[in-house]
Write a protein that binds this ligand. Structure first.
Ligand code: NAD
Ligand code: SER
Length: 318
């Protein structure tokens, strides 16, 4: 990667990835983009180039790639699971037609493409524990349908046209800088905000709901390390299982309580979110990522809780 265009750069991942890449690759070599500048992170908007790019408009992607001589597109523009269930047509348009446009621009202008998939690419018939790298993928959400189809489309562009496509299946990502964009795992971010702001949290998922999760610094490492990996070692280019921890609401509650003993939690189950969460794996087997490009996350639940609470307290006190 020398010149990178990030789509959806003002979202949960993009707002942190842009800053990390600008530090490592140079401020002018990382072009952030999004639907508009409104409510965007000031540090992203001020620290380097920003372009308006709607990925459903192919010419906007192509113009940005040509203008900045981009060699790698990191495509983070997407509609996530909960919003996707409320607006399935929008999810299809952005996640599929948008990805198709990104891949077409990459094919025509000779750039590499990194697109995250998700644990949502699995479904209720997938083995839920130690979910293998290669297994049944019959998701029951529109988001999941677009993620499986997206994995296949990226494989197709590599096999047929030689576009250097890569990607990981991210679990729920936990971070303190930018709020998540409407997913099923969002409770695991919100719980930290509520712990600090109110000392209590009402959990929308049942206490036995296990899902894979990861702290943002590990997610950024995953993107950079896979994007820079030796291609000759990659057998699963577009859909590496990656995880850092698997927990249920009781586990994250207990972890926060270690640092905030007065914290309380009750439950008010959201049936839509519960149904989505029940259809996803409990824990992924990420051995292919470990073997093929050295995936090795640094944060577990307690070290994440400690860091989240410290950083969020500073942020919320300003
Ligand atoms: P997000 O919702 O926080 O950010 C997505 C961004 O895309 C938003 O800023 C949104 O405005 C923008 N966007 C929407 N439609 C667009 C369009 N047509 N053109 C350009 N931009 C558009 O999402 P995120 O959490 O940063 O996720 C990035 C990627 O990672 C997505 O593919 C998502 O599926 C994947 N992922 C995220 C998680 C997670 O927990 N955050 C987990 C698994 C996979
Ligand atoms: N965090 C994402 C979601 O819940 C997983 O892809 O939608």
């Amino acid at each position: 990667m020398k010149k990178v265009l990030i789509t959806g750069a003002l979202g949960q991942i993009g707002s942190e990835l842009t800053m990390r890449l600008r530090k490592e690759y140079g401020e002018n070599n990382v072009i952030a983009s999004g639907l508009s500048k409104d409510n965007g992170s000031e540090e992203v908007l001020q620290s380097g180039p920003f372009e308006i790019v709607d990925i459903t408009k192919e010419h906007q992607i192509a113009d940005a790639v040509k203008k900045h001589n981009v060699d790698t597109i990191i495509n983070l523009a997407a509609i996530l699971s909960a919003v996707g269930e409320a607006k399935p047509g929008l999810a299809w348009n952005v996640n599929m037609n948008g990805l198709y446009n990104v891949l077409e621009v990459a094919r025509e202008l000779n750039s590499a493409v990194f697109t995250p998939s998700s644990i949502a690419a699995f479904g209720p018939s997938t083995p839920a524990k130690d979910t293998p790298q290669d297994t049944i993928q019959r998701p029951t959400t529109m988001y999941g349908v677009t993620k499986v189809a997206g994995e296949l489309l990226c494989d197709y562009y590599f096999e047929k046209y030689g576009v250097d496509t890569r990607g990981v299946r991210f679990p729920g990502l936990i971070s303190y800088k930018t709020l998540p964009g409407g997913g099923t795992t969002d409770y695991a971010v919100e719980i930290y905000y509520k712990a600090i702001q109110e000392g209590k949290f009402t959990c929308p998922l049942d206490k036995s709901t296990y899902m894979d999760m990861m702290y943002m610094p590990d997610a950024l490492d995953a993107i950079i390390n896979l994007a820079e990996a030796d291609p000759s070692k990659l057998k699963h280019r577009n859909a590496f299982n990656v995880t850092a921890m698997s927990f249920n609401p009781e586990d994250i509650f207990a972890s926060i309580k270690k640092f905030m003993p007065e914290f309380n939690m009750n439950y008010d189950i959201n049936p839509t979110l519960q149904k989505i969460a029940n259809s996803w794996p409990d824990s992924l087997d990420d051995s292919a990522a470990r073997e093929e490009w050295g995936w090795n996350p640094k944060y577990d639940l307690d070290s994440m809780s400690k860091d989240m609470l410290e950083k969020l307290k500073i942020k919320l006190s300003k």
